[in-house]
Design a protein around this ligand. Structure first.
Ligand SMILES: C[S@@+](CC[C@H](N)C(=O)[O-])C[C@H]1O[C@@H](n2cnc3c(N)ncnc32)[C@H](O)[C@@H]1O
Length: 441
């Protein structure tokens, strides 16, 4: 009788049943027959019974009481069922040579990798077409309404919106599509923690560079000429600072990327012992403002190229911490570095190959007084350099764009120690940036 309730749950599933005894085979047949007799029908029930090959030949004489015999039989049956659960239609999971088969190792993971670029491109396209902004302002909306607002075809828009829903960026209901909290927080073009400009730089710069990944790997060179048609002399200038609009987009990209992790980075170490800091390549001051907020006694100088500093004012937040932050234009490879007892390098070292990193660290080391600090903010690679995946992919990105790379803690440690920094410690913040602090000996 109990099987009546179970059978509907077994529809379209394969049933594995252990035990070679005839009564075991009879149980599902009886259940099916009685179900048919009740008129409820068994349509859709595909009841394939795979019998255990386990021979129930433990003699009762082999154990002094019936209990251990029953336990042993049940245990062996369970083991047999568990082994068969992964088999398809009773076929073996491995071939005759012990190699995995498509049944035991389905190709789903590979298919997901094949599809990965489509996921990125769908996200880039939805952001570029400001789908999330439209839905923030007026959602929920139908595909036809969104299509009208973004000046696109209804069919294509519907497909794009459905992909965004499948990715957890939109919610689709009878009332239409609306943003999920994830999209609201990160994908609006003007949100406080917007990653919209970061996504646009991926679309406009990383995407063309990655189209030439094979060349980058074969030749070991930056692919600016092929990807963007640039001369390939000053990669930063050519990729990001060649016109004001692109420069602002890159600054917004860095601002958003740093802002989402700034709180965790600024509290990774107790920096309250420092009274002055200089954020070299500090761009818009995203980290500087957060440090100022957290440490009211800290004055922070943001040092960056003149073309960046001239527009940094666009990113100034409201609040008393702005008074603690100042901006100085300059080139950290050439100009005198501002005095400070804590130097900061946020997402700077991964832009440069080792020889340039040595140049920069040597200049900082000369400016930094004994007892002073150097805070490096980066995505840290594990020592095997195969994890975490975002850091590994960021490293590849730096190779393709700059002939540079991400590094592990031990690599940073030896670079820093080579320039007189000791006591090198790291905190993995659990967000998208980690922190390494060292002390000038
Ligand atoms: C990847 S961005 C990181 C920005 C910021 N530190 C952050 O974490 O968001 C690197 C920064 O280094 C700056 N930079 C590159 N070369 C520089 C140089 N020679 N002197 C000063 N700043 C430089 C860039 O303008 C840019 O703002």
């Amino acid at each position: 009788m109990g099987l009546f309730r179970v059978i509907p749950k077994l529809l379209h599933n394969r049933v594995v049943m252990a035990g070679a005894a005839p009564r075991h085979q009879q149980v599902p047949r009886n259940a099916l027959n009685s179900r048919d007799r009740t008129g409820s029908g068994s349509g859709g029930l595909r009841f394939t019974v795979v019998l255990s090959k386990f021979e129930e030949n433990l003699t009762k004489a082999s154990s002094p009481t019936r209990f251990p015999h029953a336990m042993e039989t049940a245990k062996q049956n369970v083991v047999e069922v568990a082994r068969r659960m992964h088999q398809k239609h009773g076929k073996a999971m491995e071939d005759a040579d012990g190699n995995p088969t498509v049944q035991s190792l389905p190709p789903t993971a590979i298919v997901e990798l094949i599809e990965g670029f489509k996921v990125s491109k769908a996200l880039f396209t939805a952001c570029k077409m400001k789908v999330f902004d439209v839905l923030r302002d007026e959602g929920p909306l139908s595909a036809a309404d969104v299509a009208r607002k973004i000046d696109a075809s209804e069919g294509g828009t519907g497909q794009l919106l459905d992909v965004c829903a499948a990715l957890g960026l939109l919610e689709k209901t009878e009332g239409g599509y609306s943003n999920t909290p994830l999209a609201t927080l990160y994908l609006l073009s003007d949100g406080e923690y917007s990653l919209h400009s970061l996504i646009m730089t991926q679309e406009e710069v990383a995407w063309p560079f990655f189209s030439y990944l094979e060349f980058a790997v074969r030749e070991g060179t930056v692919q600016g000429r092929r990807a963007l048609g640039t001369a390939g002399e000053d990669h930063y200038q050519e990729s990001f600072y060649h016109n004001r609009e692109k420069k602002l987009q890159f600054m917004r990209a860095m601002h958003g990327h740093t802002k989402v992790a700034a709180r965790q980075v600024s509290t990774a170490f107790d920096l309250s012992g420092f009274t002055s800091a200089c954020d070299l390549g500090g761009s818009t001051g995203a980290l500087a403002y957060e440090l100022a907020r957290k440490y009211p006694g800290l004055k922070v100088t943001v040092f960056d190229l003149p073309e960046v500093i001239e527009d940094a004012v666009c990113f100034q937040p409201d609040g008393p911490q702005t008074g603690q932050v100042s901006f100085v234009p300059g080139d950290f490879f050439r100009d005198t570095l501002p005095e400070a007892d804590l130097y900061i390098l946020g997402k700077v070292l991964h832009n440069w190959p080792d020889d340039k990193v040595h140049q920069l660290l040597s200049r900082i080391s000369r400016s930094c007084k004994p007892g002073g600090g150097l805070l490096v903010v980066e995505m840290l690679l594990d020592e095997d350099k195969c994890r975490p995946l975002p850091a590994v992919l960021m490293s590849l990105n730096m190779t393709v764009l700059f002939q540079a790379r991400a590094r592990s803690l031990s690599e940073y440690r030896s670079l820093l120690q080579a320039h007189g920094f000791t006591d090198v410690r790291a905190v993995r913040t659990g967000t998208i940036l980690d922190a390494v602090l060292a002390t000038r000996a």
